[in-house]
Design a protein around this ligand. Structure first.
Ligand code: C5P
Length: 417
């Protein structure tokens, strides 16, 4: 985070808060107050429906900024055009997000100001849905939500409880406090500074197709169990964000993680090492391959068709080696200009890292120590040393976002070498 230790958690963040047309719109007034307390600048835009529940004037009084209500308001457009407003935002938040608004977003409509802003922005999007519980549970709404999630949209709530019509169920807007906490968390997960307004954007990788693997793999043992690992995917996602900010065309092949897709990145979700290999090879050719995933080394010889029942005091399962994706990619030299691997080691870091550099025929390896406090798999921080055939560079502990930016600068340099 760029904010200092005691600064409010959303200090300086520019939030575009879009209000949908539901009774929960009144709660968004309190949300504006809390977001401002948390240090954010809040620009409000309202749908026509939202204005039936709360007046723009109420939001204006709380946000301290004129409220946007229409695409066709020439005075407002002259002050700041809607495309400019979409670019201004570090994050777009929709609260409450109605079933109709979710459907319009899922289908990429631009039939009013709010939908147009959402389509025109490259900032990450957060939705806090609120609606009648039958509308929420309807397969159409759930399918739209699935589409939005796959696109990396952060979904907060709804929560279970009494609804406006005297019914009860999932459909209540999350409390403003919970929405603020989730936004702060989302910023920290991949570092909001990775979003375009904060990341050093440039042209270092313009025209390059960068393929990145990230996260863990899960090897299924039976229909309910799997063998996984503690990789959070944060490093790979930060690299994808930083590469996109440097003008690259980025494809991110991701194991199971709970991170939002960085803006401008094409994400392909996989589960097992075999699926990751298939997705990576299918996404080739690329100019640069970065293997940041923690790929399982072994997978069960067979996946039990039914849940493995307890019997006896011990259980023996047989595993086979997974294919080494990185080595296989590195062997395909036709299009690749640079192949980068990661080495997570607990000891003898340089020796093991250099051995991998040669054995897997890599151009660059990024080694870091795991099993230490404040670094490695689940941490937001990381320190690393990069090794290449005739050189090395130490990167002291910093946020994974910042480290990713520094690593990409090195990658761009090695590309020229
Ligand atoms: O050999 P080791 O697993 O330590 O090497 C780590 C590097 O190799 C990482 O870049 C990881 O993404 C990659 N790897 C792979 N396929 C495997 C195992 C590791 O691509 N099956």
């Amino acid at each position: 985070m760029t904010a200092t230790r005691n600064a409010p958690p959303l200090q300086g963040k520019r939030l575009l808060l879009c209000i949908g047309g539901g009774i929960a719109a009144y709660k968004a007034l309190e949300l504006v107050r809390r977001l401002r307390e948390a240090g954010a600048q809040v620009q409000v835009a309202m749908t026509a429906g939202a204005q039936q529940f709360v007046t723009p004037l109420s939001f204006q009084a709380l946000s301290g900024l004129p409220v946007r209500t229409s695409l066709w308001d020439s005075a407002a457009e002259q002050a700041m055009g809607h495309i400019e407003l979409a670019r201004w935002a570090d994050r777009v938040v929709i609260a409450p997000a109605t079933a109709d608004l979710l459907a319009r977003l899922a289908h990429g409509l631009a039939d009013d100001l709010v939908a147009t802003l959402c389509l025109a922005t490259t900032a990450p999007l957060t939705v806090a849905p609120a609606m009648n519980h039958r509308m929420w549970l309807h397969p159409a709404t759930q399918a739209n939500l699935q589409t939005l999630r796959q696109r990396g949209v952060q979904v907060i709530g709804p929560v279970d409880g009494p609804l406006a019509e005297g019914e009860s169920g999932p459909g209540r807007l999350s409390e403003p406090e919970a929405i603020v906490a989730a936004l702060v968390q989302a910023g920290e997960d991949i570092g909001d500074e990775a979003a375009p307004a904060f990341a050093p954007s440039g042209e270092l990788l313009a025209g390059q197709r960068v393929l990145i693997s990230a996260g863990p793999t899960y090897e299924d043992l039976d229909p309910v169990r799997y063998l996984g690992n503690r990789s959070s995917g944060k490093m790979g996602y930060a690299l994808a964000a930083a590469a996109a900010a440097q003008g690259a065309q980025v494809v991110l092949v991701s194991g199971p993680v709970s991170l939002a897709t960085p803006p401008g990145v094409e994400r392909i979700d996989v589960r097992s090492a075999a699926q990751m290999r298939e997705a990576v090879l299918a996404a080739m050719p690329a100019d640069i391959y970065i293997g940041a995933a923690a790929v399982a080394d072994y997978t069960p010889v067979k996946v039990a068709a039914q849940k493995i029942k307890k019997s006896g005091q011990s259980l023996t399962l047989e595993f086979v080696r997974t294919p080494d994706i990185l080595a296989e990619v590195a062997a395909q030299t036709q299009s690749l200009k640079l192949v980068v691997g990661f080495a997570a080691e607990t000891h003898d870091i340089e020796r093991y890292a250099r051995a991998k550099l040669t054995d897997k025929r890599l151009d660059l390896i990024i080694a870091n120590q795991v099993g230490v406090a404040d670094g490695g798999f689940e941490s937001d921080q990381n320190a690393a040393t990069a090794y290449w055939a005739d050189g090395e560079r130490v990167f002291p502990a910093t946020s994974k976002t910042r480290l990713a930016e520094q690593l990409l600068e090195l990658i761009a340099q090695r590309l020229q070498a």
